[in-house]
Write a protein that binds this ligand. Structure first.
Ligand code: MET
Ligand SMILES: [Zn+2]
Length: 327
């Protein structure tokens, strides 16, 4: 294989900070794909013409997005599979069986790998349980979040991703609820059998979206002691407020100084759910240069952007990473 294992790569290059790509779902939308659908950025891959017609417009758009993130300096990129759980796909598309679902995931992963080449790292992206009920930004998992069968929800996507050699790292993204976090952390190497990370969905005030504190999160991780799954490679935040993200990273680092971190905030724009438009970041307090420096000082090893960040943001991140990292 052209690539080293990401675990070994990060361990043997301790000063290296990898540049991640940007907000893929919103970038596909910017480029003309209508993602207003329960399966969101999975939408282009559902139509047969994406696979049968090599010149299909959607195919060119997805390819163009990967190319532009690569040209901007991304060294690790994601599959656009945030809303591609078996539940979301089987309830909202013509794909109904696990076999058809596995074929879809295999095609998406292979297509993404072909777009980025063999040298770059590829992340298999998995959205939280809350994504299928639009709860990833409020953490509201109902009255008994402790009783939700998270494993049953994730299993088909996990089973597929963990056996796919094209994927170097698995992402549990935008996790807003501590019960879901506890569940993921309880799965051992027989379930999570290669490197994975957890991106938390955190409010501007520094609390997990369900109201748990970063102390609660740290306590949970510390309580696992040496029972923690050795494949947990990084912890961090994604799709959080750009302006507040450095403070949140510093508070996680203070609680858990030995865990490598990952950060990819959103652009700081706010989505108006009534008007269905993005409102500008009215107080862009910082630049990427300042934010990236603080992330690196707080132990970040992977830095990129989430919703509404574009190849231009990734270019600025790559410049700052070059300036502040030791490698
Ligand atoms: C709601 S956060 C979504 C992040 C996802 N990786 C994407 O941009 O496609
Ligand atoms: Zn996002």
């Amino acid at each position: 294989m052209a690539r080293p294992s990401i675990k070994e790569y990060l361990a043997s290059n301790p000063g290296k900070v990898l540049v991640l790509d940007g907000g893929q779902g919103t970038e596909l939308e910017n480029r003309g794909i209508d993602v207003a659908n329960p399966v969101w950025s999975t939408v282009p891959f559902i139509s047969d013409s994406f696979w049968s017609d090599k010149s299909s417009m959607d195919r060119q758009i997805v390819k163009g997005m990967f190319n532009d993130f690569l040209a901007a300096g991304a060294e690790i990129l994601m599959t656009t599979t945030y809303q591609t759980s078996f539940k979301s796909v089987s309830e909202n598309t013509p794909i109904k069986t696990v076999d058809e679902y596995n074929t879809l995931l295999n095609h998406i992963v292979q297509f993404s790998r072909d777009c980025i080449g063999e040298e770059k790292f590829l992340i298999g992206c998995i959205g939280p349980w809350g994504a299928h009920v639009c709860a990833e930004f409020n953490g509201d998992y109902g009255e008994h979040p402790e009783n939700i069968d998270y494993y049953q929800y994730f299993k088909p996507q996990l089973d597929n991703f963990f056996q796919n050699d094209n994927l170097d790292l698995i992402a549990f993204e935008t996790i807003p609820n501590i019960h879901e976090l506890r569940a993921i952390l309880s799965w051992d190497e027989s379930i999570l059998s290669k490197p994975f990370y957890i991106g938390l969905s955190v409010h501007e005030n520094g609390l997990l979206r369900d109201g748990s504190t970063m102390e609660d999160v740290a306590q949970l991780i510390k309580s696992l002691g040496d029972k923690i799954n050795p494949n947990l490679l990084l912890l961090g935040i994604n799709c959080v407020s750009f302006n507040h993200s450095p403070d949140i990273m510093e508070s996680i680092h203070k609680q858990l100084p030995n865990i490598p971190l990952i950060a990819y905030p959103n652009s700081g724009e706010v989505y108006d759910t009534v008007k269905k438009i993005w409102l500008p970041n009215s107080h862009p307090t910082f630049t990427w240069d300042a934010v990236v420096k603080r992330y690196i000082d707080a132990g970040a090893r992977i830095i990129g952007g989430c919703c509404r960040t574009t190849p231009d943001d990734i270019k600025q991140i790559a410049t700052a990473v070059k300036k502040y990292s030791k490698n």
